[in-house]
Unconditional design. Structure first.
Ligand code: SF4
Lengths: 199, 478
C-alpha cells in the first residue's frame, strides 16, 4: 500500500447524507471476479443523471470526496471501497462514517477523515463556488485545507499510523515474518498437509 | 499452575504467533497461525487477484485446499456449466489453483463436494486445529474440537499470503445438553432449539462449546450438524471437545497421522478438554429428554417451534422488534397464526447442504422411506454433500431407495441450499429443507423454507405435510 502523509487533489462536493453501499456500488457488480476495474460501477445509478457531480468536467478527476453524514451504511461489501479507489479517490471526508465501511477503507488504504458538519458545509461552498478547487488533507497535522477553510479531522491513531506507514494488514503481518517462521518451526509434526497426500 | 482454560482458549493459546500489544489502554489483535485454509470459487477470486497485484505467492499451498461447490450443477455434470457467470467463477478458481499451486478438487473428481464435507472426510480436519474458509459455515469443523472460523475476502487474501490472521479474543459460552434424545429427534433439533432459545444474535462475539451427555452420545456427522449452525446463532464458532468418537472418525483417513505421529496426536488431542473450574462468560442448559422434532415457521433460523406446536401470532412476542419480524415473516411465508405446524403442506423436500448431507443423514432418511410411498404432489431432491458420500450411498444401495421412492438423486454440491446453481424454488413454492438458512429468497426468489432434520424431511415427503417420523410409523406401515 502506498503511504499517505499528505494528499492534495480536486475536491468533489457530494451533498447527500446516508450514502449507502448500494448507491456506491449496486449489487449487480458483485458477481465480478476481479478486484480492480470497478470505476464504472461507482455511483452507477446516479451517474446516469447528467447533472450528477461526477459528470461535470471540473470534478470528474476528483480524488477527495466530501459527503454528508453516515457515509457507507448498508452491506459490508468491500467492493464499495474498491470502486472509490479505482475511480481515483484517495480520501473521503464526511461528518460520520458507517463502521464497517470505515474498517474496510482502512484495510484498503482509503483515508476516511471525519470533519464537523459545519466545516463540511463550508467545504461544499468552497468547492461549488470554484469547481476544480483542490483540497489538501494532512495526516501529520490532522488538518483539511481548502481555500479559506482549515478544519481539523478525526481518525483513530492506529489507522493513521498504518496509512502514514503505508501498511496494509498483510504487509503489517509480514513484519512479523520471523515470528511466523519460528512458529512454523515449532508446529507439531503430526499436523496434516494437503500436498502431497499421504497414502 | 496457570488458570483453568476452556477448550477454545487452549486452541487459541496454542496458535499465537505474536501476542497483541497493549498501547494507550487498547490492545492490538493477537496474530494466530492457521493450520488449514479451505477455498471455494465464490469468495476467492478477488483474494487471488490481490496476491497477483501485490506480487505475493501463497505462503503455504500445502495447508490450502480448494473445491468447487456453490455454483456447480447437480445434473449433467459432464456438460459445461450453463450459466456464464457461474462458469466464469469456477474457471477462475481452476486458473488460480493452477497458477498458485493449490490443490483443487473439480467437478467430476471423486473428492469434490461441499467444502465443509470434504475437509473432514479427507481427514484434514483434526482436533485442536485452526481452520478458516471464506464461508460462514466453516463453524462445521468445530465438531472436531478445532477452532474454525468463517472469514471475508480480505482475510482470505491475508491467510493465503501469510498463513496467519490477526484476531481479537472471543468470549466463551457453554451450551450444556444433558439427557437422551427420543427416537426421531436428532442433532438438528438440538441446534434449532438452541437458536430458538438464545436467538439469532445470542451468540454474537462468542465461541460456543457444546457439551454434556447428549452431545457425547452423538456421532461425528451429528456433531457437525450442530457446529455448522453455530453461525445461525450469531457466534464466531462452535466447538465440541474431541473424544474417542472423534479419534475413531479421524483414524485411517487419507490425511490422518500414522504410527508414532498418531500416538503423539492423540495424546495432544486428549488434553483439549475444558479444564475443571474453567469459567465461561455465559452458560446455557438444554434438556435433551424434552426435545421433540423442531421446525421453523419464519424467515430466520430462530423462528422455530416444536412440530407439535402451532404457528405463533405476532402478539405472542413481547419485544416490538420480534413482533415486527414475526409479522413480516408470516406474510412472506403466507402462514396464519394458530395453524398447527403439522397441517402445513409443502411442495418440495430438499435433503442436502453442509448441515445434513453426510452418510448418517442419508441413511436415516432412506431407512424411513424404504418401502413407503412419496406423497404424489411433493418433489424431493437428494443432494449428497460430496462425491464420496454419493459413491458410498450408491454402494449401500441408498440411491435406489431414493429413486424407488420417487426422489431425484443428484451429484454433490451446495445446490438448493442457496440456489446459486439451477436448483431453485419457484416463486411461492414451499420447501422442507435440511439446510441452515430460511432467509427470504435464499432457496430461490419468493421461495418459502422450513428448516427440518433429515428424518422430518423424509416423513414430510411421505405425508406431504410437515411430519415427524412417528407420524409415519403410526399411519404408513412399510
Ligand atoms: S451448503 Fe449452503 S451453507 Fe453450506 S457451504 Fe454450501 S451454500 Fe454455504
Amino acid at each position: 500500500m502506498e503511504p499517505i502523509i499528505r494528499h492534495t487533489g480536486v475536491g468533489v462536493p457530494l451533498r447527500a447524507s446516508n450514502v449507502d453501499t448500494d448507491q456506491i456500488i449496486p449489487a449487480v457488480y458483485l458477481k465480478r471476479i476481479t478486484r480492480t476495474g470497478f470505476e464504472d460501477a461507482l455511483f452507477s445509478a446516479w451517474r446516469r443523471d447528467p447533472d450528477f457531480v461526477l459528470n461535470q468536467p471540473a470534478y470528474s478527476a476528483g480524488s477527495v470526496l466530501v459527503a454528508g453524514p453516515d457515509f457507507g451504511t448498508g452491506s459490508s461489501r468491500e467492493h464499495a471501497v474498491w470502486a472509490l479507489k479505482d475511480y481515483g479517490f484517495r480520501v473521503v471526508i464526511a461528518p460520520r462514517f458507517a463502521d464497517i465501511f470505515r474498517g474496510n477503507s482502512g484495510k484498503q488504504g482509503l483515508l476516511t477523515a471525519e470533519v464537523e458538519q459545519s466545516e463540511v458545509e463550508r467545504l461544499w461552498k468552497e468547492l461549488e463556488t470554484v469547481p476544480g478547487t483542490e483540497v489538501e488533507v494532512d495526516l501529520e497535522s490532522r488538518l483539511v485545507r481548502c481555500g479559506a477553510v482549515e478544519a481539523p479531522f478525526a481518525i483513530d491513531d492506529y489507522t493513521r499510523w498504518r496509512l502514514m506507514e503505508g501498511h496494509d494488514d498483510i504487509s503489517l503481518t509480514l513484519t512479523s515474518e520471523q515470528d511466523i517462521v519460528d512458529y512454523e518451526a515449532s508446529r507439531a509434526a503430526f499436523k496434516p498437509t494437503t500436498l502431497p497426500a499421504r497414502t | 499452575m496457570s488458570r483453568p482454560l476452556t477448550l477454545a482458549e487452549k486452541v487459541w493459546r496454542d496458535h499465537v504467533v505474536a501476542p497483541g500489544v497493549e498501547k494507550d489502554g487498547q490492545r492490538s489483535p493477537d496474530l494466530l497461525y492457521i493450520d488449514l485454509h479451505l477455498v471455494h470459487e465464490v469468495t476467492s477470486p478477488q483474494a487471488f487477484e490481490g496476491l497477483r497485484l501485490a506480487g505475493r505467492p501463497v505462503r503455504r499451498p500445502d495447508l490450502t485446499i480448494a473445491t468447487e461447490d456453490h455454483n456447480t450443477p447437480t445434473l449433467e455434470i459432464d456438460k459445461p456449466i450453463a450459466d456464464p457467470v457461474s462458469r466464469k467463477q469456477v474457471d477462475t478458481l481452476r486458473d488460480n489453483a493452477e497458477e498458485f499451486g493449490v490443490r483443487l478438487h473439480s467437478l467430476g473428481d471423486d473428492d469434490q463436494g461441499i467444502v465443509h464435507v470434504v475437509g473432514p472426510q479427507l481427514g484434514l480436519t483434526q482436533p485442536g486445529m485452526t481452520v478458516v474458509c471464506g464461508d460462514s459455515h466453516t463453524s462445521t469443523h468445530g465438531a472436531f474440537g478445532a477452532l474454525a472460523l468463517g472469514i471475508g475476502t480480505s482475510e482470505v487474501e491475508h491467510v493465503l499470503a501469510t498463513q496467519t490472521l490477526p484476531l481479537n479474543p472471543f468470549k466463551t459460552m457453554a451450551i450444556t445438553v444433558e439427557g437422551t434424545l427420543k427416537p426421531g429427534v436428532s442433532s438438528k433439533d438440538i441446534i434449532l432449539a438452541v437458536i430458538a432459545k438464545i436467538g439469532t444474535g445470542g451468540g454474537q462475539g462468542y465461541v460456543l462449546e457444546y457439551r454434556g451427555s447428549a452431545i457425547e452420545q452423538l456421532s461425528m456427522d451429528a456433531r457437525m450438524t450442530i457446529c455448522n449452525m453455530s453461525i445461525e446463532a450469531g457466534a464466531r464458532a462452535g466447538m465440541i471437545a474431541p473424544d474417542e468418537t472423534t479419534f475413531d472418525y479421524v483414524e485411517g483417513r487419507p490425511h490422518a497421522p500414522q504410527g508414532a505421529d498418531w500416538d503423539a496426536a492423540v495424546e495432544y488431542w486428549r488434553s483439549l478438554r475444558t479444564d475443571e473450574g474453567a469459567e465461561f462468560d455465559t452458560e446455557v442448559v438444554i434438556d435433551a429428554d424434552e426435545l421433540e422434532p423442531h421446525v421453523t415457521w419464519g424467515t430466520n433460523p430462530g423462528q422455530g417451534v416444536g412440530l407439535g406446536e402451532s404457528v405463533p401470532s405476532p402478539q405472542d412476542f413481547s419485544d416490538s422488534g420480534d413482533r415486527d419480524a414475526a409479522e413480516r415473516a408470516l406474510r412472506y411465508m403466507d402462514l396464519e397464526p394458530g395453524t398447527p405446524m403439522r397441517d402445513i403442506r409443502v411442495d418440495t423436500v430438499f435433503l442436502g447442504s453442509c448441515t445434513n448431507s453426510r452418510m448418517e443423514d442419508l441413511r436415516a432418511a432412506a431407512e424411513l422411506i424404504r418401502g413407503r410411498e412419496k406423497d404424489a404432489d411433493v418433489r424431493m431432491i437428494v443432494v449428497p454433500g460430496s462425491q464420496k458420500v454419493r459413491l458410498q450411498a450408491e454402494a449401500e444401495g441408498l440411491d435406489q431407495v431414493f429413486k424407488d421412492f420417487g426422489a431425484e438423486w443428484r451429484f454433490a454440491g451446495c445446490s438448493m441450499c442457496l440456489g446459486m446453481n439451477p436448483d431453485q424454488l419457484a416463486e411461492g413454492e414451499r420447501c422442507a429443507s435440511t439446510s441452515n438458512r430460511n432467509f427470504e429468497g435464499r432457496q430461490g426468489k419468493g421461495g418459502r423454507t422450513h428448516l427440518v432434520s433429515p428424518v422430518v424431511a423424509a416423513a414430510t415427503a411421505i405425508r406431504g405435510t410437515l411430519s415427524a417420523p412417528s407420524d409415519v410409523l403410526a399411519a404408513h406401515p412399510a
